[in-house]
Design a protein around this ligand. Structure first.
Ligand SMILES: Cc1cc2nc3c(=O)[nH]c(=O)nc-3n(C[C@H](O)[C@H](O)[C@H](O)COP(=O)(O)OP(=O)(O)OC[C@H]3O[C@@H](n4cnc5c(N)ncnc54)[C@H](O)[C@@H]3O)c2cc1C
Length: 263
């Protein structure tokens, strides 16, 4: 099975304090530690496990600047067979539809049976998987937490639904799935794996390589324009407890007692 996995380089929330920048146009990006989007790492692990079982190859693609190459290489160290970096100044400021349109051309350049995205990335939009499927006119299942290969033309996929219940669907190949965290246990990427792919050539494709009209993507084509980033005001009634950890804990216990939460 030929599998394409879309991977995004994102700020690592475990390693960074995320703050909005001064003019509210973005987050403060200086000195941030970046890594592969968590959901995408699960998707790559799932793709590797499928290929281990039924054969084929895993290709990872990332759209971003030249720094995104490091996550393509990392996912190859994990076991993906091929990597592609998609990068062009013309892509900057693309909205979700623009990102999906660019990834669509990548998918069309190959011959993939299965295309995986994460269920969401750092901007939390959760939009790329669905848009990509619609643009490719392929069936789509979102927030997938189990995959079973039934045949060359069919998968059985599980989805977590309300109240911790589970849904099972049959879906024809080729298709697009967005992957939920917890679907597997992503393997550890060791130094040996990283060394093995350190000098592998990763192609960089721009608008011309993908046959994309640059005016259809990027900032000028974005139908959704980001206009502000801000920290919302604390609502009425929100009380911020101050002091040392012990003092805050004591004040919290008093408050809970006063409101009848504990005796
Ligand atoms: C400089 C800058 C300017 C921007 N300007 C705008 C703007 O004006 N309007 C606007 O709407 N948005 C803007 N964005 C946000 C950008 O469009 C979003 O990153 C994009 O819409 C995807 O949303 P998301 O990250 O929430 O992905 P989701 O839809 O949550 O991601 C789901 C999955 O899609 C795949 N995916 C997403 N992005 C990539 C990628 N780059 N490469 C490979 N796979 C990917 C991954 O598999 C991911 O798990 C801007 C971003 C940047 C960095």
């Amino acid at each position: 099975m030929e599998i394409l996995v879309c991977v995004k380089r994102v700020p690592d929330t475990a390693e960074n304090e995320i703050e909005v920048n001064r003019d509210g146009s973005d987050i403060e990006r200086d000195d941030l530690v970046y890594s592969v989007n968590e959901w995408d790492n699960y998707a790559v692990e799932e793709a590797i496990q499928i290929v281990d079982k039924v054969g084929g190859a895993v290709t990872v693609v990332s759209l971003g600047d030249e720094d995104s190459e490091e996550i393509v290489r990392r996912e190859m160290a994990m076991g993906a067979n091929n990597g592609i970096l998609v990068s062009d100044d013309a892509f900057e400021g693309s909205d979700g539809k623009g990102v999906a349109a660019i990834l669509k051309t990548v998918a069309e350049k190959g011959s993939y049976d299965l295309i995986l995205t994460g269920a969401q990335a750092d901007d939390g939009a959760g939009q790329i998987g669905g848009m990509l499927a619609a643009m490719l006119d392929l069936p789509y299942a979102s927030v997938v937490n189990s995959i079973e290969v039934v045949s060359d033309s069919q998968l059985k996929v599980g989805r977590e639904i309300e109240g911790g219940n589970q849904e099972l669907n049959e879906i024809g190949l080729p298709c697009v799935l967005s992957i939920q965290t917890g679907i597997n246990e992503p393997r550890y990427v060791g130094i040996r794996g990283i060394r093995k792919v350190a000098s592998v050539d990763i192609p960089i494709w721009g608008a011309a390589d993908l046959g994309l009209d640059a005016s259809n993507v990027g900032q000028s084509a974005a139908g959704v324009k980001r206009v502000d980033y801000f920290v919302p005001e604390f609502g009425e009634g929100a009380e911020i407890l101050e002091g040392s950890d012990e003092e805050i804990a004591e004040k919290l216990i008093d408050l809970l007692k006063a409101k009848g939460g504990i005796k």
